[in-house]
Design a protein around this ligand. Structure first.
Ligand SMILES: C=CC1=C(C)c2cc3[nH]c(cc4nc(cc5[nH]c(cc1n2)c(C)c5CCC(=O)O)C(CCC(=O)O)=C4C)c(C)c3C=C
Ligand code: FE2
Ligand code: FE2
Length: 335
């Protein structure tokens, strides 16, 4: 039977993949940073304080003081292609698109700032995606990151009459593809150093201690990644948590405290990696690579190397390619 001429178009099956990362300001300027922080820190998944108590602190104190300080930090790591986090996520999407070929539409989005999740979902939709795999690029599950990205993705399709089928990439903190990619990538970077580190420190983004007590698996996921990576590398690794924010107790040990203490414990040559970040960003390039280095050297350290995240390296993209293909099974490739 032929379709009547006035009948709406019926889409054929098309697969979309949406890579999602945290977000970043549009420019390393206080105004742009304020806008980004306002969106980020108003997310109840990120700051779990009742809004009546948090809003006055956010708008009365934090958004008046932090944007200037953070803009200064962003300026030190900004590139010709913009914020490293956005630039690298864009390259990861382009590389994945090349690996998967034209049969799959690959796009990317930021949970906060641009390009937003709604924009990316609408674009995939306009390009005809009927099936979408949303892939938050967080190996370790955390409500503040993974769940927040999923909330925004679900919200982005909520108003659609004909919703796409939706799948989500599960956390991959203990996936052999991830551990193996990290091992090979770190082995390569360590072998290229002009010194032999006495210790490898794995620094993960911190979280309030309360989130662990409330049942967030993030802390356990970080510990498991560190254990498996240490076993794969074949030497002991240390673990620490960075980027403390606010006055509450955060997960410990703290990265800055470890960096300051190492030299007095006889560790003067250090390598630091941040396996919880899929892409280098403010927290790795500035906090670890600039301020962390200064702290370690000021405390008596002599050699310091910040190792890159997986980014769009062959190891990182091979892993992402394998994880995404596995999650697309049954949808793609067509049988
Ligand atoms: C990798 C996982 C991340 C978790 C977990 C996380 C939790 C978390 N973060 C804040 C506050 C801030 N984080 C900031 C930057 C930032 N955070 C992550 C990742 C995680 N955050 C990334 C990748 C980045 C870098 C963004 C970039 O543009 O490069 C910032 C902004 C920067 C600054 O002003 O210092 C804040 C603030 C909280 C409160 C939190 C958990 C509750
Ligand atoms: Fe953060
Ligand atoms: Fe735990």
């Amino acid at each position: 039977m032929t379709r009547p001429a006035d009948h709406p178009a019926i889409p054929s099956r098309k697969i979309g993949v949406l890579l999602v990362n945290l977000g970043t300001p549009d420019a390393p300027e206080p105004g742009a940073v304020r806008k980004y922080l306002a969106q980020f820190l108003s997310d109840p998944r990120v700051v779990e304080i009742p809004s009546w108590a948090w809003k006055p602190i956010l708008h009365g104190i934090i958004l008046r003081t932090r944007p200037k300080k953070s803009a200064h930090a962003y300026r030190q790591i900004w590139t010709e292609d913009g914020s490293p986090l956005a630039a690298i996520t864009g390259r990861q999407a382009a590389s994945l698109q090349a690996r998967l070929g034209d049969g799959v539409l690959v796009d990317w989005a930021m949970r906060y700032g641009n390009p937003g999740i709604q924009t990316a979902i609408d674009r995939l939709f306009a390009e005809g995606a009927t099936h979408i795999l949303a892939a938050p690029l967080y190996p370790q599950y955390c409500a503040a990151t993974t769940a927040s990205a999923m909330d925004a993705t679900f919200a982005a399709i909520a108003a659609k009459r004909w919703q796409p089928a939706l799948r989500t990439l599960p956390p991959y903190h203990d996936d052999p593809h991830y551990i193996d990619a990290l091992k090979r990538d770190l082995d390569r970077q360590l072998a290229a150093l002009d010194f032999v580190p006495e210790r490898l420190l794995l620094s993960f983004h911190g979280m309030p201690q309360r989130t662990l007590d409330l049942g967030d698996p993030y802390h356990c996921h970080c510990q498991k990644t560190a254990r498996l990576l240490g076993e794969a590398i074949g030497s002991p690794v240390d673990i620490a948590f960075q980027s403390r924010f606010g006055k509450a107790k955060w997960l410990e040990p703290a990265t800055d405290a470890m960096l300051a203490a190492y030299p007095s414990q006889g560790v003067r040559k250090l390598a630091i990696a941040a396996p919880g970040f899929s892409a280098d960003c403010l927290e790795t390039l500035e906090e670890l690579g600039i301020r962390g280095r200064e702290q370690f050297l000021a405390a008596g350290g002599t050699h310091f190397a910040r190792l890159d995240c997986l980014n769009d390296s062959d190891e990182g993209m091979g892993m992402l390619d394998a994880l995404i293909r596995r999650e697309l099974a049954g949808w793609w490739p067509p049988s």
